[in-house]
Design a protein around this ligand. Sequence first.
Ligand code: ZN
Length: 357
Amino acid sequence: MDKEKMIKKDPSINLKDQILKEKEKIANTDPSYHQWNFKKLIIDSIKKNGGWVNAHAHADRAFTVNPDTLDIYKKHSLVEKWDLVDVVKDASVDEYYRRASMACEVLIEQGVTALGTFVDVDPICEDRALKGVLKAREHYKDQITIKTINQVLKGVIDKDARKWFDIGAEQVDIIGGLPKRDELDHGKGEEHINLLLETAKKYNKMVHVHVDQFSTVTDKETEQLADKTIEYGMQGKVVAIHGISLGSHPKEYRDMVYKKMRKADLMMICCPIAWIDTKRSETLQPMHNSITPVDELVPAGITVALGTDNICDYMVPFCDGDMWQELLLLATGNRFLEIDELVKIATTNGRKTLGII
Ligand SMILES: [Zn+2]
């Protein structure tokens, strides 16, 4: 029915009248109207609003893929890459500093003034990535505000992984999570979320969690995170990242989750390029692009921010950290053209998710 609506004319609209009205509008508009450029209009507003905010990245792995190693991206699933990426994690503090510095340079050049970056702290890289990123933060502190978030690629359940989670949690600004890792390995996604929230409460820190990444109806992690946020009394301090799978559920379920998110004051970061490459599947589900449903989240009263996610690494090789490209895909992928809201998504909302306003 919806699809029929899309390709049929609406009989209640008189197109001839509409054309006359639009012509009149154009005739009465300042000639500069014809020179308008949405990119310029939006970027100028972003500058006035304090500059771009990249609310989600992995700066410690930036620029680690090259044409010779692109096969890892081509041949393997994300779940396999959570371990395969170990090949670039046996790096020195200086190498991590170099990667994070390159990411900072790329972002600062565009006018990014704040960055939230996950940093691997686990049995493979131990705390070298964090030391490298903190060194870069110190170097660029006059140009960009950086908030660090611990990435737990090895989960938090295995003994050694837990040890590094505890070390990371103490040192970072925001507690980071990836419940799917422990759900797939041990069936303990819920325990993973519990530990994140308990730890965040203990240190009085915010929480950022990767959820609903796989664009599938079996994913219900955003709902679970909203429920847990309320259970732990952490309203307004928890941020979901991605929420792609929301669009795979029927409207009734989506609306129910948005209500829960509002009750939990659960925010959402959209990283459009990172998930637009979701693989083709024969599963039938509501028609949608593989992107966070920003067109529904914003009207539902949810704070939405923008992130690049991985920059030129095994996970997302072709994302080069271009904030405009990300915002453009967010807008077009969702048919979401509310200019004021887009500016907020790229600026103040990002600050809110990083706890800097
Ligand atoms: Zn991420």
